[in-house]
Write a protein that binds this ligand. Sequence first.
Ligand SMILES: [Mg+2]
Length: 189
Amino acid sequence: MKKKIRVGLDFDGVIAYNPFRLVRAPWAFLKNRFLGVKKLSFFYPKNRFEKMIWIMMHDSSIFPAKGAKFLRELVNEDLVEAHLISGRYSFLDCQLYTWLERFGLRKIFRSININEQDRQPHLFKEAVIKKLGVEFFIEDNWDIVDYLDGRSKAEIYWIYNIIDRFRPYERKFPYLEKALRSITGSKSS
Ligand SMILES: [Mg+2]
């Protein structure tokens, strides 16, 4: 039997398409350029109001990304072993499971790893990637890609968006399906 390819996948922006992700790129730029924040750190909503806004941003109009269906096929054909590694904070857990159920995607994952201790997302992902020993990890946030690249044996695949598409990176793809086809060496039909 052929060995399955072990793939880790981020949730927001990789499995789920969320138009709000476009808001994040200018914010990261602004933070770095004008506020002089060089150290990688992510916003954590502290009070109920901030959490409510955060939940709305993560819940409104998110759909399975182009390639979610293809991922299911690869899993069903025993070509890929998929692990979900989401940096989402714990108060969003429930929504993540509901969403996966709604689109019939929960069972395709061998493991679902969520950031229960609300660690910084890049550190959480680094730890899980190492623990699971995934060969590939697919991520949409450039700062996280940049951080993870070279820190483990996993090859980091980047899903870019229209704002940062000119950034040079060896393994960059416009959406999930293209990344999966590159990983599995399957041509588009
Ligand atoms: Mg993401």
